[in-house]
Ligand binder design. Sequence first.
Ligand code: CTP
Length: 426
Amino acid sequence: MTTEAGSSHDEAASPAPHGEGTRPRVVLGVSGGIAAYKSCELLRRLTESGHDVTVVPTAAALEFVGAATWAALSGKPVSTDVWSGVHEVPHVRIGQGADLVVVAPATADLMAKAAHGLADDLLTNTLLTARCPVLFVPAMHTEMWEHPATQANVATLRSRGALVLEPAEGRLTGADTGKGRLPEAVEIFEVCREVLAGGSSATQDLAGRRVVVSAGGTREYLDPVRFLGNRSSGRQGYALARAAAARGAEVTLVSANVSLADPAGVKVVHVETTAELREQVLATSAAADAVVMAAAPADFRPASHSAAKIKKAEDGSAPAIDLVQNPDILREISQERTHPGSVIVGFAAETGDATGSVLDLARAKLERKGCDLLVVNDVSGGAVFGSADNEAVILGADGAVVEVPHGPKDALARVIWDEVVRRLQG
Ligand code: CTP
């Protein structure tokens, strides 16, 4: 079957040759699942942010969303088979010219074909000819995802260097819920950007690795409605989780009171207090290759917690709050390592004081905590909190000093993982 819409055959058949122009060329493959409608939003985000997108749906995908929609949103004609514009050899050229191929949704059937090298339509041909990073974003019912056949196909694709994201959990088609949802389009878009940022050499150097990232700030409750908290937004931890997933890691994100969307392909565990954060980090870090403590756990908690809301006193007096110190999670996991060879990363927000400079205090903290890497932020101006940017020095227990210039938190996240990967490999 061939389906076309738009101005000319030839445009679909011949994306700009590799190296021409500056717009990153993305092939958006869409296979036949109900989640295809969410890929319209992904397409829109890609085109509006300056990507040159060629949509290659399967015939089954067009049962859910028609060719006219893909053509209108991409500004290009759309084909499903290899018989349109044959003189341009589309089954070879679309894949060859791409900087990224993203298949969303990727059905069990599409991944089975890709794993076995079948090539009976334009998308499967494109997957065989692409030499750029390939990202599969699966969506299907839980039973189909968990079936040994699907899992074997996913393992095959991953072993060949493809990035196959873990599906999200939640409401599926119909009344059932479980693992198998397509992540939100904005989060798939972020993974695409992350993979493209790695360039043609984007590697899956965290494939097969388990990593744990903590993010956000914990709350310590005085009563059911009041708590002590801090200003951590969780952005740096979320950027770290997203970057690790884009490099193939199995990521658990322990998130404390963060109002950001769950990153695609990441298992998110939500917690509130330092005790809950500690419990989850200890449970997940036992088998982790790397743990990054980007969260800001409250150092202190009220000595007692009132089950009822604390009332104002008639005489105008205020209650005194006794505090006790919380356990230091970073120190605990660093000093009682359960996974030999793991890399543990801490963060330090320092201002420097009369006893030493920011780096002096950071070096002492690195030693005290016993972690392998310490990411040091100079927070004298308070600028880091809630900001999209960051600037840091990464200190290694091995004496390494890596300066990361002011830039997006995504960029710092990449450098942190570079340092972790170097140590995991070394
Ligand atoms: N951290 C932790 N558990 C705590 C407090 C902090 O695991 N109870 C971790 C943070 O996630 C971060 C690192 O320790 O990775 C540094 O936290 P910071 O608050 O800067 O250091 P402190 O040990 O609290 O030292 P100080 O406040 O005295 O500078």
